[in-house]
Design a protein around this ligand. Structure first.
Ligand code: 2BA
Length: 109
């Protein structure tokens, strides 16, 4: 069995949960925050049997889109030690950031 930890954009989360549930995958949805953008994103925990792992990954790949976002990157002001001003930069976020863990035990007590 595998545990898929998928960090996705909030915009994709609702449809992704719905599509995974429709395909009979168990899903836990967590509200999370990205360290770089300091913006909300969604982390899904999906426990899957090995023979259904690829089916879950295919759904995630189909639903999750990459998007451009503007981030405020602090840069120091020339000649002013310790003074920082936000500088807008464009970053591409997603589709999904995925960790796959092998599950030692799966218990429901
Ligand atoms: P954030 O940390 O808010 O990052 C959002 C996007 O900003 C990233 O998209 C990436 O394009 C960019 N970015 C992140 N750190 C950067 C840096 N030091 N310099 C320049 N650009 C940077 P994604 O790579 O698609 O990541 C989306 C979200 O997935 C991240 O949100 C974070 O919540 C999570 N994530 C990504 N890599 C991770 C990792 N190695 N461990 C844990 N979480 C991770």
């Amino acid at each position: 069995m595998k545990l898929i930890i998928a960090i996705v954009q909030d915009e994709d989360a609702s449809r992704l949960v719905s599509d995974l549930m429709t395909a009979n995958f168990g899903v836990t949805k967590l509200a999370t925050t990205g360290g770089f953008l300091r913006a909300g994103n969604t982390t899904l925990l999906v426990g899957v049997e090995d023979d259904r792992f690829q089916a879950a990954m295919d759904i995630i790949e189909t639903v999750c889109k990459s998007r451009k976002q503007i981030a405020a990157s602090p840069v120091s002001m020339v000649g002013v030690p310790g003074a920082y001003t936000p500088y807008p930069i464009e970053v591409v976020v997603g589709g999904a950031t995925i960790f796959v863990l092998t599950v030692d035990q799966f218990l429901k007590l």
